[in-house]
Design a binder for this molecule. Structure first.
Ligand SMILES: *[C@@H]1O[C@H](CO)[C@@H](O)[C@H](O)[C@H]1NC(C)=O
Ligand SMILES: *[C@@H]1O[C@H](CO)[C@@H](O)[C@H](O)[C@H]1NC(C)=O
Length: 182
């Protein structure tokens, strides 16, 4: 009688332990899944703001008689999203001491996922009496790009990005001394 009771007790105890172990496994699995989903949603599913900037400016002509400045530049659109960034036509404006001196339009396009789109050889022609005729001067370049990120090819999110670059130019040397973008 006593032996019988103790054997059923241990069987019950064994079952109880199995259930506890199973519950622990399920809890670990659930916690693991939550962590995976959380990481996925903050990395892959989070729409990050693309970066829009100028680089490699090459002056072609700078004529102080006609107050004109022509140069080519590369425009970069850096997309660090897990999905393509499709952007609309965007205008980049150039100013000198707050005065508008010219602009260039970047046609709509697409920057692939986790890539930087380089728009090569963009021609910029500035023509303004406001441009200085000697020494060093600073041009500002500003623009806003609007578009949509297509996360993992399924979730569309609107994202816009702004350009804010400062270009240092020397008139006599017809040279770009500095280029900084925020
Ligand atoms: C600007 O005008 C001056 C005098 O009129 C002339 O000597 C010079 O060659 C001109 N410069 C350019 C770049 O046309
Ligand atoms: C974008 O620019 C192109 C060429 O400059 C023009 O043909 C087109 O109509 C523009 N699209 C929009 C939506 O403004």
């Amino acid at each position: 009688m006593g032996d019988y009771e103790s054997s059923t007790m241990s069987e019950k105890e064994l079952k109880r332990r199995k259930r506890i172990r199973l519950a622990i496994y399920i809890s670990i699995f659930v916690v693991f899944q939550i962590i995976v989903i959380a990481i996925f949603s903050v990395t892959v599913l989070k729409a990050k703001t693309p970066k829009f900037r100028l680089s490699e400016i090459e002056i072609q002509s700078l004529n102080t008689n006609t107050s004109s400045l022509a140069f080519t530049t590369k425009v970069k659109v850096k997309n660090s999203n897990f999905g393509a960034y499709k952007y609309d036509n965007s205008t980049i404006a150039f100013t000198y001491q707050g005065s508008f001196v010219g602009q260039v339009v970047i046609e709509k396009g697409k920057a692939g996922w986790l890539t930087t789109k380089n728009i090569e050889g963009v021609q910029v022609n500035l023509n303004s009496q406001a441009l200085p005729t000697a020494g060093d001067f600073t041009l500002n370049s500003n623009g806003k790009m609007t578009g949509k990120v297509d996360l993992i090819g399924m979730i569309k999110k609107k994202k816009s990005t702004e350009m804010d670059c400062t270009i240092g130019i020397n008139v006599e040397a017809r040279m770009v001394r500095s280029l900084e973008c925020k």
